[in-house]
Design a protein around this ligand. Structure first.
Ligand SMILES: [Fe+2]
Length: 384
């Protein structure tokens, strides 16, 4: 049965709102102002800017709905007691209350460990196809990273690649930064040393959300990239001892980076959780973290927990590894994943990556736009 034929509604006499009853006899009472804020007639809503043309706080608190009925598919005509006759989109309302699948909702994260093989990857030339790009982004949200293969390898081509996903956030390292062995490096990344699993730049406020690493040249021995899922580490830490998670998610750490020109400092917990205990941000950068001078017992517990977290983050059981071939690009969520690399020998060769950062809202916007385009093209198909 068509979902909308299964939809019933009536005015609620006591509140003046609209009682919607859907499949399985679920009922929700919509506040009259809530519904009023969603009217989309041309006098109330600018279709171009997609913003309201009136001030919703001017609506009377005792506004009521006088009548409501569906005359045209997806359009619920509503009359209010202040004289407004307008309409709302039924599908928008149903999506918003969770009664209809909303394709703008990102897939739930799926934790992974070393045996994860189905890495999110695509050929650079293939993501000009919006369906391929949309599917790739879905995998990115599940796994926290994606790989693009056969991207251009000219210097600074990362500008164009990253721009597809969001606005580059410059730092004191520049808009793009080179990762290669340097004389007098200002960061250990610019050596040929192994880098243990870490997250980037916890000393910044805000922390860079997403990192790109783009290989332009690589003919050295070693230097494999390593990636670890913070969700898997968190799960395992909880399994070993919930007290480890407690102390790592409550102890505020000072992170600090200094160069001749820059002194960056910020604070946060190694594991930041949301209200439901889900991972919000992981910070692991043990070369630049400074725990406050707590009492000895607390510090002993903290150091034990941090040691365990570090061990898990560098345990091959949790780690995937790959070689940066020229043209390979990694995009990863720096608030969820940890990354590192094995040492490399650059006596006979060169390894040159370029990197940059973007914010979460870049890919989020792209994902929702692709979702909206997909919905609109389906609607057009239905009209044909
Ligand atoms: Fe890094």
């Amino acid at each position: 049965m068509n979902f909308r034929e299964d939809l019933r509604f009536k005015i609620d006499a006591s509140t003046g709102g609209l009682a919607l009853t859907g499949p399985h006899d679920k009922t929700i009472l919509l506040h009259p102002i809530w519904l009023r804020e969603r009217v989309i007639d041309p006098n109330s809503y600018d279709a171009h800017s997609r913003q309201r043309l009136y001030e919703p706080t001017d609506i009377d608190n005792d506004i009521r709905i006088l009548s409501a009925q569906i005359n045209i598919s997806d359009r619920l005509d509503v009359v209010f007691n202040d004289g407004l006759e307008s309409f709302v989109s039924v599908s928008n309302i149903l999506s918003e209350i969770g009664w209809q699948k909303n394709n703008e909702v990102m897939p739930e994260p799926m934790k992974w460990t070393a045996n994860f093989e189905d890495w999110p990857r695509a050929n650079w030339s293939d993501i000009t196809d919006s369906k391929t790009l949309f599917a790739l982004l879905q995998e990115y949200y599940k796994h926290g990273f994606l790989l693009l293969e056969n991207t251009p390898t000219q210097k600074n081509s990362l500008y164009e690649i990253a721009k597809l996903f969001g606005h580059i956030r410059g730092t004191n390292f520049g808009l793009l930064f080179d990762v290669e062995t340097k004389i007098n490096p200002t960061d250990l990344a610019d050596t040929n040393l192994a880098l243990p699993a870490h997250t980037d730049n916890p000393y910044r406020n805000p922390i860079p959300s997403i990192q790109f690493l783009h290989c332009l040249h690589n003919d050295v021995k070693g230097g494999l990239a390593t990636l670890v899922d913070g969700l898997a580490i968190l799960d395992e830490l909880r399994h070993i001892s919930p007290s480890y998670v407690d102390i790592l998610s409550t102890t505020q750490i000072r992170f600090r980076y200094e160069s001749d020109e820059t002194v960056l400092q910020s604070y946060g917990t190694l594991i930041e959780l949301d209200f439901d205990g889900n991972l919000r941000c992981i910070r692991l950068s043990s070369r630049v973290d400074y725990v406050p001078v707590l009492n000895v017992d607390t510090l002993s517990k903290f150091y034990e927990a941090r040691k365990q977290m570090h061990a898990l983050a560098n345990d091959p059981h949790f780690q995937i590894k790959f070689c940066y071939e020229p043209g390979l690009l990694l995009m990863m969520d720096n608030t969820r994943l940890l990354h590192g690399r094995t040492a490399y020998d650059n006596e006979q060769g060169q390894r040159l990556l370029q990197g940059c950062y973007i914010d979460h809202d870049g890919p989020d916007s792209l994902f929702r736009k692709l979702a909206r385009d997909c919905r609109l093209s389906q609607t057009d198909q239905e009209k044909i």
